[in-house]
Design a protein around this ligand. Structure first.
Ligand code: XIL
Length: 359
């Protein structure tokens, strides 16, 4: 951050021309100003992102629907700071497809409409996932062919509904386990490994231009799981499966950003794929200290810089933006303070470092 020097007094020369009587009047006014109280850069993240043609986004969920001033603050911060939006939960199977013949698009539609009226791109999250599946699906008894038909119906209906409005989909979410093999779950268990390919091909048939992504965690650095992910997507490509890119979720612990992140982005990019940072947050064990918040700021800077260092990476999405609304405290008890704004929407050191990384 470059400090701005406060100017103690500025003399303003105001020339007023009075033309009415054919003569001119000159007045000199000196306006004393206070020294600048703040060096804060008030330029939004999306302003800097747009200048370099990249996308900076946030996932949102219930904060969007808050009534009264809570909701106003949440929505206006979202619209002011970000040019991309991900539905944190509203497009997941259980929310959008609550009965076998029932699709409920209203919540997700309101997010997409909000994004459109605020000039934001939308990431669709997510089409196949082992979690958050509707109970009518998981409790049913289905043959392999029935399960395939259910997958095709779900993806076709959802992707067609948002065709031309959702720019990119997480088609396959967290499909690899920590051992690098396909993760056991409803779709793998009922259909077998071909379900991933079926999902991508079905999504492509329903929207010929949307970006189609494989999204996962613990694949951000070069490690055994990302080696498997690399082989997995290379194999999909070799078989002509329509995949656009890979999403690195990027749920980190403070101090835990892998040093190989940029090199890992580069190797996926070398396959001809895009790489997006899709769910970034940096959690801290509570109570957080000032030193940890500074480390967190450096971690955010490192991730944004690693992404932007590759032409294949033009998108960074945070998994929320205010510590008031984050999945971390309930999922990782004792941890929190993971996002860019604190719980009363004050920008944290992490916000300033993301801002300067986007410049
Ligand atoms: C999480 C949401 O943030 C929570 O609100 C929900 O209860 C569970 O799912 N990886 C993903 C996301 O791909 O879908 C998860 O979102 C976080 C981890």
């Amino acid at each position: 951050m470059s400090p701005r020097i406060g100017i103690g007094a500025v003399a303003l020369l105001i020339l007023a021309a009075a033309a009415s009587c054919g003569s001119s009047v000159e007045s000199i006014t000196t306006i004393p100003t206070q020294p600048s109280q703040s060096t804060a850069d008030t330029t939004s993240l999306r302003t800097y992102a747009a200048r370099r043609s990249v996308f900076v986004g946030s996932a949102i969920d219930r904060g969007f629907r808050y009534a009264g001033s809570d909701g106003v603050t949440f929505r206006s911060t979202m619209a002011r700071q970000f040019n991309m939006l991900t539905a944190e939960n509203d497009m997941k199977h259980d929310r959008i497809h609550p009965g076998r013949d029932t699709y409920r698009f209203d919540s997700a539609d309101s997010l997409v409409t909000f994004a459109e009226s605020n000039g934001m791109r939308v990431r669709g999250h997510t089409l196949v996932f082992h979690n958050q599946l509707a109970s009518w699906l998981t409790s049913g008894t289905w043959s392999k062919d029935e399960a395939k038909a259910l997958l095709v119906d779900h993806i076709t209906k959802v992707v067609s509904h948002y065709r031309g409005r959702v720019a990119e989909w997480d088609v396959a979410n967290e499909v690899l386990g920590d051992n690098g093999a396909l993760r056991s779950g409803f779709w793998l268990d009922r259909i077998g490994p071909e379900y991933v390919e079926l999902a991508f091909r079905t999504a492509r048939a329903a929207d010929p231009t949307a970006g189609l992504y494989y999204n996962d965690y613990n694949i951000e650095g070069i490690n055994a799981k990302s080696d498997s992910a690399y082989a997995f997507v290379r194999d999909l490509m070799a078989r002509g499966v329509p995949i656009t890119g890979v999403g690195f979720e990027s749920h980190f612990q403070v101090g835990g950003v892998p040093s190989s992140l940029a090199a890992n982005i580069a190797r996926f990019a070398a396959l001809g794929l895009k790489v997006h940072i899709t769910e970034l947050d940096v959690r801290i064990q509570l109570p957080s200290t000032a030193a940890q918040l500074q480390t967190q700021a450096q971690n955010y800077r490192d991730v944004v810089s690693a992404c932007l260092s590759s032409p294949a990476c033009d998108t960074v999405v945070f998994w929320g933006f205010t510590d008031r609304e984050s999945w971390i405290p309930s999922t990782f008890p004792g941890w929190g303070d993971a996002l860019l704004f604190d719980s009363v929407y004050q920008p944290k050191p992490a916000f300033t470092s993301v801002q300067s990384s986007l410049k």
